[in-house]
Design a protein around this ligand. Structure first.
Ligand code: ATR
Length: 277
């Protein structure tokens, strides 16, 4: 257990706009209780402009915060705020962790969050994947897939120009959005990074009849927990990785860095979070 010398609590939090519905305080709070850490992890709403973000970060640093997770719309701002960043954050063009110090350090644990969530479901997830979507979340997922050893990654996006740009940056192939089911028989992993399937959004329309048996299906959406895509995947006998698994795993590096305690992703933590969804 790491504590400040004078026994004042360790402070950390999550910065976003809006941030009221974030599950991160519950994740960190559960781990803090388990580890007996004297600390608080709080949601900090910060308006979308970079200037507001920079003022807020200076203030949190002055107040003695150890670090913060960063969520929408500030993930790119975190990289602009500091010159010190991990290669992963730079390659993703986004950071979801900022650790305060003389030189604050930006990192990206969304990538390892996805990697670990996949590893927890399959020790050998395969070589070939289809990524649906080409936004910021897709960049992190592609980097995670590459670190997992996927050599053959295709990306399909409604706006083709965006999938072409992503493909060029990361050495991927482009699949047609309208014909996205055509590649299903050859892939080991299908992942949705679009907002389709999220509460209040239309479902992702995709027929999984041709999906290779044994292929994994992942969705970064966690509300609802079981998206129409994951429901269809389970119905056709495929293993699934949900957005909550990723969310729990992305929180691990922040907890370890700022609070210094053990952070274990398990069914008990999942049950606490599901209760709050
Ligand atoms: P994020 O950073 O979370 O990935 P984003 O950059 O806004 O968010 O990307 C959202 C993704 O969802 C994009 O790939 C978007 O497709 P477009 O590039 O064509 O906009 C995809 N998306 C959102 N609504 C969609 C819809 N109704 N049909 C298909 N794709 C959709």
């Amino acid at each position: 257990m790491v504590e400040k010398k004078n026994n004042t609590p360790i402070l950390a939090g999550v910065v976003g706009w809006p941030v009221g519905h974030s599950l991160s305080p519950l994740i960190h709070g559960t781990w803090a209780k388990r580890a007996g850490v004297n600390g608080y992890y709080i949601p900090v709403p910060v308006a979308p402009d970079y200037d507001d973000f920079a003022v807020a970060m200076d203030a949190l640093k002055t107040l003695g915060f150890a670090g913060v997770n960063i969520t929408i719309p500030h993930k790119e701002h975190a990289l602009r705020y500091t010159s010190e960043a991990s290669d992963a954050a730079r390659r993703a063009g986004a950071a979801n962790m900022l650790t305060f110090g003389e030189k604050s350090y930006a990192d990206n644990s969304d990538i390892t969050g996805f990697t670990e969530a996949v590893r927890a479901t399959s020790s050998a997830p395969g070589q070939s994947a289809l990524v649906l979507g080409a936004g910021g979340a897709a960049r992190g997922v592609v980097l995670a897939l590459q670190s997992l050893g996927f050599a053959d990654i295709a990306v399909a996006n409604r706006t083709r120009a965006k999938s072409e740009e992503l493909a060029k940056t990361f050495g991927l192939s482009v699949a047609d959005w309208e014909d996205r089911t055509k590649v299903l028989e050859n892939i080991d992993l299908l992942v949705n990074t679009t907002s389709l399937g999220m509460a209040g959004q239309p479902p992702l329309e995709i027929d999984l009849a041709d999906l290779k048996p044994g292929a994994l299906v992942a969705d970064i959406v966690y509300a609802p927990l079981e998206t129409p895509l994951l429901k269809a995947a389970k119905a056709s006998g495929h293993k699934t990785v949900d957005g909550l698994a990723m969310l729990m795993h992305q929180a691990v590096p922040g907890f370890k860095t700022w609070f210094g305690g053990e952070a274990v992703v398990d069914d008990a933590l999942r049950a606490v979070l599901v209760e709050d969804l």
